[in-house]
Design a protein around this ligand. Structure first.
Ligand code: PLP
Length: 363
């Protein structure tokens, strides 16, 4: 039986990194540190209180949560942000989907610099937005000149810049963001999902100069809240108003809003894991290089390592040894690379031991 699925979706594959809880899971860039007992208690209490009002729809505008997110961004960037400049949804993927719905659509194209986050083209596809990709340099960097030339060539309605970039870990400077904003009459999205792991200045500092700039963030990575599903963005108030036209009513449940606010009240504790994560990442970098492998310089909680002649085989060998990494090697410009994210100390040790075994068996 053939279903009348949209023509442009026929033959497409859904996003699907394997979920194998029995393995050491280092494949989706999660923070390996679970919430503390005190955070669990605080979230449970907040959720219980919100449960008492579940007969009512939640705050459609999530004002309290957006207020807390604005306060956090103001604190870490030094840029004063108000509630009407911040928007939140179920993961930054939903935020980015709303951006595509509001600013993309049929007859418009979105531009990305690959290799980069594989969800950007999927979000474009799902909203019937065309996708054009330019390649990053061989070392995965992106210069202002190259980015501006691409914008001039494609005249995109939306340009995606990801920094630190997934899956390469590469940082893109604010000079590039600034130049792309000046060159484009479309929206420019800076995806800062991993910003807390990097040391660079946030594109939030450019918001007052560029009314079409959007900076997206998430609680899934540094905030150790992947299961929470809470992403957000900072932009001009007019941008937020445009997103209201496409969001589903009451898209953020009362439970999500309550849990996210409780977690944000523990920001210092949650971000306290960032240094530990970076320490394990650096152990991975050193350990892999000692094994004679190449590691792409990274400012995120993950890294690309290789080169592997048969990356799918290596991926399976590592899984057979109990360690799940990400085979990104079929992506554009990624032949021969695998990606892994920092684990706990034990998980990182297990990963390095497994790679060492694979390398020894190979020679
Ligand atoms: C993980 C990731 C996200 C986060 O997605 P959520 O929906 O917030 O979990 C966004 N952008 C990039 C580049 C990512 O790697």
């Amino acid at each position: 039986m053939t279903l009348p699925v949209r023509d442009d979706l026929l033959g497409k594959q859904p996003y699907g990194a394997p979920q194998l809880p029995q393995a050491i899971q280092l494949n989706v860039n999660e923070n390996p540190f679970p919430p503390s007992e005190s955070l669990i208690a605080a979230v449970a209490k907040a959720v219980a209180e919100a449960t008492a009002t579940l007969n009512r729809y939640p705050d459609r505008e999530a004002v309290g949560l957006r207020f807390d997110l604005a306060a956090y961004l103001t604190r870490v960037t030094g840029v004063p942000l108000s509630v009407d400049q911040v928007w939140a949804a179920n993961g930054s993927n939903e935020v980015l989907q709303q951006v595509c719905q509001a600013f993309g659509g049929p007859g418009r194209v979105a531009l990305g610099f690959e290799p980069s986050y594989s969800m950007h083209p999927l979000l474009a596809a799902g909203t019937n937005t065309g996708w054009v990709a330019e390649r990053r340099a061989a070392d995965f960097t992106l210069t202002a000149d190259a980015a501006v030339a691409a914008v001039a060539r494609h005249r995109p309605a939306i340009t995606f810049l990801t920094t630190p970039n997934n899956p390469t870990g590469t940082v893109t400077g604010l000079d590039v963001v600034d130049a792309v904003c000046q060159a484009s009459d479309g929206m420019v999205v800076v995806d800062e999902a991993y910003a807390e792991f990097g040391g660079t200045v946030s594109a939030v500092t450019l918001l007052d100069r560029h009314p079409r700039l959007i900076v997206s963030r998430t609680m899934s990575k540094a905030f150790a809240g992947a299961g929470l599903r809470l992403g957000y963005l900072a932009a001009g108030a007019e941008v937020v108003d445009a997103l209201r036209l496409v969001r589903l009513p009451y898209h953020l449940s009362a439970l999500t809003q309550a849990a996210a606010r409780a977690a944000l009240a523990h920001t210092d504790e949650l971000l306290g894991t960032v240094e530990a994560v970076k320490a394990q990442r650096d152990r991975m970098v050193d350990g892999l290089r000692e094994l004679g492998l190449t590691v792409v310089p990274t400012e995120a909680n993950f890294l690309l390592f290789g080169p592997w002649e048969l990356p799918a085989t290596t991926w399976q060998q590592l899984l057979d040894l109990g360690v799940l990494v990400r085979d990104v090697s079929t992506g554009p410009g990624l032949a021969g690379w695998l990606r892994v994210n920092a684990g706990t100390e034990d998980e990182t040790s297990a990963f390095l031991a497994a790679v060492s075994e694979v390398v020894a068996a190979r020679s």
